[in-house]
Design a protein around this ligand. Structure first.
Ligand code: GLC
Length: 511
């Protein structure tokens, strides 16, 4: 049975280790905050944040976690980002220029303009340098290392300019790793910076920021004295550097914090993770419940709630019409909304989707990515007209129409640090089928055990197919299905619990 847990030796080894979160002794927030007199100062350093600029889940988390923390009242939360050309225009025109400085980067001395914008009690700063950031998109340039080195070095200099020395410098992913490294190798010797603590969050260990050792001093401006901090596998590895020098580091789900100690998930860094395990914890991401609310979401064809689901049928009907699918209220729509890359488990889908399609169902896919998958799904749609629709694009409006109009959401990732789509789908009453990995395992529990979705354990196409069939079976029983939809919609995916855990994490480094 695919829903029965089968535990391989390797997984047993992963699961046998106690959860690191418990070991770092994160104090509950309420207790921690009582003792706080002045507001704690937290600075997020990140390469993207919603709603200004987003290419993926990182942006949503930076945007919604900073807002959730600021809402608590006891934190002065600020976020610093590069001023990309693609920052949304409606916000860009509201930014206030607060000054400029020159930032030293090895032998270079570069212009750095600083803009400010306040939203939901969070102060956002934007680092302006047209040479580095006036380009389309955020990443993918030959000089990304230099661009984010400039960004991180600017962060450290800007603190002096604005006179804001945070208690916690919270760096997200490799693009912000150098901020922690600059703090520990250069700035901590200055009195104003000496009490700043660094926290690093890994949103995806696959992207580590690897560069040739030759450029350590010349480009990154870090003395070879510190080579041992950043060197891994004869390269500069910025993620490794941040892990070594931060006070604590975290991943975006407790299960992923365990998984990355295993070579299957670690993309080479497992030895580093294990050695630094004493400062690792996993905190599950949340989503912004106001931003994803089927009662108010304007992108939806009609609005509904867990108490009155009637308009979800309207969303489905209109979605079928819009996508030129036969309008059939009782035919389940199975959807995938994803970047089309291999770790999203698309090989499993390729292997068995045609078998699944023999049943009464419609299949809708939205996403862009590797051309093998784009071509495969475009071709599948051509071969199954009236049954399969593939929209090869990134379209947030359509994604919400699919989240609300579909019945089943498939997310069979090979690895998934957290994943937000399964939570969004659930909030819109679309039942998630996930592989039990990372945050998928921590947010979706199996129907058979009274949970809010369907899950399978091994990375195996036929285990997935089995669970798809199980879900289609439950779908045919309207009463059971409606109860499950309500359960999914009322699962708490908000930040409230996880924001407490971050507060606990911050307080643990400030003790
Ligand atoms: C990365 C991860 C994803 C996670 C997101 C936000 O995009 O791949 O699983 O949800 O970061 O933390």
């Amino acid at each position: 049975m695919a829903t029965t847990k089968r535990t391989t030796k390797k997984q047993a080894a992963v699961e046998a280790v106690p959860v690191a979160e418990e070991r770092v002794e994160i104090r509950p927030a309420a207790e921690a905050e009582v003792k706080v007199e002045a507001k704690r100062k937290i600075l997020f350093v990140a390469s993207e944040a919603a709603p200004f600029i987003a290419t993926g889940g990182l942006a949503e988390v930076v945007g919604s976690l900073s807002k959730a923390l600021a809402k608590r009242g006891s934190y002065d939360v600020r976020v610093i980002l590069p001023l990309y050309q693609d920052i949304r225009k409606e916000y860009r025109k509201e930014f206030r220029f607060i000054g400029n400085i020159f930032v030293p980067l090895s032998w270079r001395n570069q212009y750095c303009g600083i803009f400010e914008y306040v939203k939901d009690n969070v102060t956002f700063y934007f680092v302006d340098n047209e040479y580095y950031f006036k380009r389309p998109g955020c990443y993918g340039y030959y000089d990304d290392g230099e661009r984010f080195a400039f960004f991180c070095r600017s962060v450290m200099e800007i603190l002096g300019f604005i006179g804001f020395y945070p208690d916690v410098l919270h760096c997200h992913d490799w693009q912000a790793a150098l901020a922690a490294l600059y703090l520990k190798t250069i700035y901590c010797y200055r009195p104003e910076y000496q009490f700043i603590r660094a926290v690093f969050t890994i949103h995806n260990i696959e992207y580590q920021g690897k560069y040739s050792l030759d450029i350590l001093e010349d480009l990154f401006g870090i003395s070879y004295r510190y080579q041992n901090l950043v060197e891994f596998d004869r390269c500069i590895n910025l993620m490794k550097g941040a892990i070594e020098c931060c006070e604590r580091f975290s991943t975006v789900s407790p299960t992923y914090a365990q998984e990355i100690k295993d070579p299957y998930y670690s993309h080479g860094l497992d030895s580093i993770i294990r050695r630094n395990e004493f400062k690792l914890c996993g905190i599950l991401n949340g989503i912004d419940p106001d931003y994803y609310d089927p009662r108010t979401d304007k992108a939806l064809f009609a609005n509904y709630s867990a108490d009155d689901l009637s308009a979800k049928a309207v969303c489905k009907e209109e979605l079928q019409r819009m996508l030129n699918l036969p309008v059939k209220p009782d035919t389940p729509i199975v959807a995938i909304i994803s970047r089309l890359v291999s770790h999203k488990g698309l090989d499993l889908v390729k292997e068995v989707i045609e078998q699944a399609l023999r049943q009464d169902m419609q299949f809708v896919l939205l996403g862009t990515g590797d051309s093998v998958y784009e071509n495969y799904f475009a071709d599948l749609a051509r071969r199954y007209p009236g049954k399969v629709v593939s929209v090869i694009s990134f379209n947030s409006d359509l994604s919400r129409k699919i989240y609300s109009g579909a019945d089943i959401f498939l997310m069979p990732s090979k690895s998934e640090p957290c994943g937000l789509s399964q939570m969004i789908a659930s909030r819109y009453g679309t039942i998630a089928i996930v592989r039990e990995t990372g945050g998928l395992r921590d947010s979706i529990s199996p129907y058979g055990a009274g949970g809010n979705g369907f899950t399978f354990h091994d990375y195996n196409a036929y285990d997935m197919l089995y669970v798809i069939n199980e879900a289609l079976g439950v779908y045919r029983n309207k009463e059971e299905w409606t109860a499950l939809v309500k359960k999914a919609m009322t699962t708490d995916f908000s930040w409230s619990k996880s924001a407490d855990s971050y507060v606990g994490l911050y307080e643990s480094v400030l003790k």
